[in-house]
Design a protein around this ligand. Structure first.
Ligand code: ZN
Length: 281
């Protein structure tokens, strides 16, 4: 590539970054400018490079009542523009759509979220559909559960699933703010539920193979957000009218391991699978 086609950009970088650039340049014989250009290209590249599901912490920690971690929403947005999760103190359901993060609180309303907010569990990817299908006939949640596996080439893979359009009925729940150490399964027993009729919205979430159940929620896990961006929640039941189902195959998983004292000293010896089944269904 000719240098003439380049434009100048002046940057101020921390000394340790400059030191590492220098060391790399010395070790490889590649100019610092070129190293910086390549690093930027890699970071900014869209598409397949980002084809990873990022889980910020094992879901097991959430099941044991560890509701406070240091992962910021800003850090989550760097790992994906699509997905779901919750917030510190279990303060509502998270939905991430087109890079925007919403908090669906226990009053049923959706709130915009600052990058400084924190999450004990989030699961995101950069969404880019590999296949999509328009479904104009009514489908209830059971019907959807029948149809979706036929759109997934193998149930041993991770899939991001985006279902957008007109819904006849949607029932969701949102978790109420909690103190830590109260097991999720207890909290989930008193979660407020919400019903929506005849409206447009989006379901965002994932298919996760059963064998990953210690890491993230297995099976289908979907969160709903209205097109008006004003309410939603964790999906419990729905009936579609006319929706577009878009699927992304995700061949890899990146798992964050928190370094909070709570996490580091927790004992994950209990088999929490039954709790997960009850809390997330
Ligand atoms: Zn959920």
């Amino acid at each position: 590539m000719s240098r003439e086609s380049h434009a100048p950009l002046q940057l101020e970088l921390p000394p340790e970054v400059i030191d590492r650039l220098r060391l790399r340049a010395e070790a490889t014989g590649v100019r610092i400018e070129q190293l910086a250009e390549e690093a930027l290209r890699r970071e900014l590249a869209d598409g397949r490079r980002h084809n990873t599901v990022y889980v910020s912490a094992p879901v097991n920690a959430l099941l044991e009542g560890i509701y406070q971690e240091d992962t910021t929403v800003g850090a989550i947005r760097q790992r994906g523009d699509f997905g779901l999760g919750t917030f510190n103190q279990l303060d509502g359901e998270m939905v991430v759509l087109d890079g925007r993060v919403f908090q669906l609180k226990s009053d049923g309303r959706a709130y915009a979220v600052d990058d400084e907010e924190r999450t004990p569990f989030a699961c995101v990817t950069f969404f880019s559909a590999d296949s999509s299908e328009r479904i104009e006939r009514p489908l209830d949640y059971a019907g959807l559960n029948d149809l979706l596996p036929r759109m997934l080439p193998s149930l041993n893979m991770l899939y991001a699933i985006r279902i957008q359009g007109h819904f006849d009925y949607v029932r969701t729940r949102s978790v109420p703010r909690q103190e830590s150490y109260r097991p999720l399964v207890e909290v989930a027993r008193e979660q407020p539920e919400f019903e929506f009729h005849d409206l447009r919205g989006t379901l965002a979430g994932f298919w996760t193979p059963e064998f990953m159940s210690q890491i993230t929620v297995p099976g289908y896990h979907l969160h709903f957000l209205t097109d008006a961006l004003d309410s939603g929640g964790h999906l419990l039941e729905c009936r579609t009218c006319d929706v577009e189902i878009a699927i992304q195959h995700v061949p890899s998983l990146e798992l964050g391991l928190p370094v909070t004292l709570d996490y580091l000293t927790a004992e994950f010896t209990r088999n929490a699978e039954e709790d997960l089944e009850e809390a997330e269904r």
